[in-house]
Design a protein around this ligand. Structure first.
Ligand SMILES: *Cc1c(COP(=O)(O)O)cnc(C)c1O
Length: 353
């Protein structure tokens, strides 16, 4: 019956997940594994999020609010007067945006190496994916080349700070791209809370910008799958038409709104990450790349990324091999910044590699 499967799923391998901490622990007889493979916040979410989620459990016999009004209100209080759409993770928002604007066969542009889901979701929708390579030296974006590739495309994705390389595209370069392209730019800001950058003012000057955000990283709600985006007003009603009904459940909605009422917790997490990020860059005995995010990419040559990942796992440290990122060689790993004990164990293990 395999012939029934669409070509885009029958050959390619799909999204690659980080190895489960539990499996590694079992294989190597380690009690507690340092989980530095998925860029999560190592700490639990704000008590305000947990309380709100717990209260919401009492009404799960009802469908959630289809417009996510409480979350949108909380977002306005947190960010100011913008238009927002929500989804099941930023991944859900990405899928809905593709569905809203791209016809099968049309072009979607991505800047590689980067987060793989843009290309996977676009291909699954029947789009033609065009990859624009970043500069090899520092993974910066060739603005003119990117604009050129966007000619005639309705949608392009740009990740800043970029996963897995960690570098950012300066807001001025983003603005140049916005002015040079005719279609929509989806700017993925999953890690912007760890950087000293603010792309929000661009929303006021450009009708073709979407800013994607997630509650999975600094807000520590990865397990509840909450994403959202700043969108231009003209796009909002069409996004709602294209969206899967009730994609975001009521417990997640409540938790996200609760988390947004506790900005101090976010600042604490950010300070912890920045301190350790500096220490990682100073102490890791391999070539590292400067990072604005909660992770660092490392060139582990002469090892391969897969070898290094395997050897670190044997020492109870889970990191991400970057061989699955299209457009990147096979000698990189990405390590997330975790709790103190996890970071210390990682530094010892990598010095020993
Ligand atoms: C983690 C991540 C996301 C997706 O986050 P969700 O958990 O789906 O909200 C989006 N973009 C990048 C670059 C990421 O690393």
């Amino acid at each position: 019956m395999r012939h029934l499967i669409r070509a885009c799923f029958s050959g390619a391998t799909g999204y690659s997940y980080a190895k489960k901490a539990e499996d590694v622990a079992r294989e190597h007889g380690i009690d507690r594994v340092a989980r530095l493979a998925s860029n999560e916040n190592p700490r639990p979410p704000s008590p305000a999020a947990i309380e709100a989620a717990t209260a919401a459990l009492r009404t799960i016999n009802r469908y959630p609010d289809e417009r996510a009004s409480a979350l949108v209100e909380a977002l306005r209080r947190y960010h100011g007067d913008y238009r927002f759409v929500t989804g099941a993770g930023m991944d859900g928002v990405i899928e809905t945006v593709i569905r809203t604007v791209v016809e099968p066969g049309e072009t979607v542009v991505v800047s590689t190496p980067t987060f793989s889901f843009y290309g996977l979701a676009a291909a699954a929708h029947g789009a033609r994916v065009v990859s624009v390579p970043r500069r090899e030296k520092d993974f910066s974006v060739d603005t003119a080349g990117f604009i050129e590739a966007c000619r005639g495309a309705k949608l392009a994705f740009l990740c800043t700070p970029n996963n897995p390389t960690g570098n950012s595209v300066p807001p001025e370069a983003v603005e140049e791209i916005l002015e040079g392209m005719e279609g929509l730019l989806f700017l993925d800001n999953a890690y912007v809370d760890f950087a000293d950058l603010d792309y929000r003012p661009l929303m006021q000057r450009h009708e073709n910008l979407i800013l994607g955000r997630t509650m999975s990283k600094i807000f520590a709600l990865a397990g509840l799958r909450v994403g959202y985006a700043f969108v231009p007003g003209w796009l909002e009603p069409f996004y709602h038409r294209a969206a899967t009904p009730f994609a975001l459940n009521s417990v997640s909605l409540a938790a996200a709104a609760g988390a947004l009422t506790d900005p101090d917790r976010v600042l604490e997490a950010r300070d912890h990450i920045r301190e350790w990020r500096q220490r990682f860059l100073e102490e890791i005995p391999f070539k590292t790349y400067p990072s604005d995010a909660n992770f660092v990419m490392i060139d582990v040559a002469p090892h391969t990324g897969d070898e290094a990942t395997e050897r670190l796992a044997a020492k109870g440290v889970l990191v991400r091999s970057c061989t699955g990122f299209p457009g990147l060689g096979n000698r990189f790993i990405r390590v997330s910044i975790g709790e103190d004990w996890e970071n210390i164990r990682f530094l010892e293990a990598i010095k020993d590699l």
